[in-house]
Design a protein. Structure first.
Length: 433
């Protein structure tokens, strides 16, 4: 008998399982794929270690994931990013502000826009925008007369922070909540110094395996519910009992393992229709060092951002080689149009290769990924916390939910990390600091 069965070995389920294992519970993680990590999967090729897209850690050493690793007795060293840049239509690199002082140094703005930017940042820090659940980023720009360079800046911030490229639907309150946290922590994003595999995946999986088990290639057919209580799971040729069941599956697919028709819960039904974020990721494995930039680089057309991950961690590329990763968020509906997606990819590759012309003769291999789901939820005004699934249901005892489609805080992939902590606190009544 296990104390907890976690259905799905996504990053949130693994983090939650590690914290429960640290408390002495016996945990079994069941994953249908051949690998753990879900959409945080690590891929190794020719000595390069590739993330499944850009996996920077928002708030770095003050992040939810840092708290998880600390909770299980570990510690992550983070690499702080250097200067970030916006590449304009002339392919000139212009400083992209990552702190209030950056507005005075960047040529993205006029003098009037610099002063307005500081006023806006002060308003954000004072929580002046906290009651704006019904406003989009576009609405706010119109109301506050945000134009030209400042409009470009906040459009890029919204696209990268919320992974939502359409400011006409992007949630202003979600954007402001996360910008506020950046201002208060003094950290935008950082990267694990030794890479995701060594600093994050290894310690949380090792912690679970100390007293429990992780099984891959183990597809759960359904959750067993008896007399209003979750008691186990059904596999293709076995039933496994447990005191508690945790589901780490995007809410769009929960009905594949849970008979939601028998559970009269509004949040569960609403969450099944959530729109995820989507986009294109491109990795360039390069035979040499072609740039000393160790911050983010932004494009406006197509709206996208990238970085030399090898400048942040020496573990992700062989000696004297480099790894460039780029991500272009795309509205989910457009991912259904193959021609449109190919158009985004073509423009993105041409832009990258135009600012780094050495790439063509230095590339060892290039990996292009099209994601129908990057994060389980796009932070538009119709998909804020109250529209997402709760960590527990009143209708079924001992059944919990974790992952980036739950009602956790944060934005982008950080929702998953926050959910592991909030679900852990829901289950145990303990506080993670």
């Amino acid at each position: 008998m296990y104390d907890f069965i976690i259905v799905g070995a996504g990053i949130a389920g693994l983090e939650l399982g590690a914290m429960l294992s640290q408390d002495g519970y016996r945990v079994l993680v069941l994953e249908q794929a051949q690998h753990v990590g879900g959409r945080a999967f690590i891929h190794e090729k020719d000595g390069f270690i590739l993330d499944n897209g850009i996996h920077l850690v928002r708030f770095g050493k003050k992040s939810a994931i840092a708290k998880v690793i600390n909770r299980i007795g570990g510690n992550i060293e983070f690499k702080r990013l250097g200067k970030s840049y916006f590449v304009d239509q002339n392919n000139d690199f212009v400083l992209f502000p990552t702190s209030p002082s950056g507005f005075f140094k960047s040529e993205m703005f006029t003098i009037a826009e610099r002063l307005k930017a500081l006023f806006v940042m002060l308003q954000i820090k004072m929580n002046k925008y906290k009651d704006t659940e019904n406003l989009t980023v576009s609405d706010w720009m119109v109301n506050e007369h945000i134009q030209k360079g400042l409009k470009r800046y906040f459009s890029l911030v919204s696209g990268s922070m919320l992974v939502c490229p359409d400011i006409a639907v992007a949630s202003l309150s979600a954007l402001m909540e996360n910008v506020n946290k950046v201002l208060k922590t003094g950290i935008s994003v950082e990267y694990p110094l030794h890479g995701w595999a060594k600093d994050i995946i290894e310690p949380i999986t090792n912690k679970i395996k100390q007293s429990g088990e992780i099984r891959v290639n183990s597809k759960v057919r359904s959750v067993i519910i008896e007399n209003g209580r979750a008691t186990g799971v059904r596999l293709s040729n076995d039933n496994i009992k447990a005191n508690n069941i945790i589901i780490d599956v995007p809410s769009q697919y929960i009905d594949e393992i849970l008979d939601t028709g028998l559970i009269h819960n509004d949040s569960l039904k609403t969450a099944s229709n959530l729109v995820p974020t989507a986009g294109i990721s491109i990795d360039y494995a390069l035979d040499g060092i072609i740039s000393d930039i160790d911050g983010l680089i932004y494009f406006e057309d197509p709206l996208s951002f990238g970085c030399f991950v090898s400048s942040l961690s020496s573990n992700v590329a062989p000696r004297d080689k480099s790894l460039l990763t780029w991500f272009c968020p795309i509205v989910h509906e457009k991912m259904k149009n193959d021609a449109a997606v190919k158009g985004y990819q073509y423009r993105l590759e041409k832009k990258i290769e135009s600012i780094f012309p050495e790439i063509k003769r230095r590339v060892i291999f290039k990996r292009v990924l099209h994601f129908d789901m990057v994060d389980g939820v796009e932070l538009n005004i119709n998909q804020l916390r109250q529209k997402r699934i709760n960590f527990a249901l009143n209708e079924v005892e001992n059944l919990y939910f974790v992952g980036d489609t739950t009602s956790a805080g944060g934005a982008g992939g950080d929702i998953a990390h926050e959910s592991s902590i909030e679900c852990y606190e829901e289950i145990t009544g303990k506080t993670v600091k």
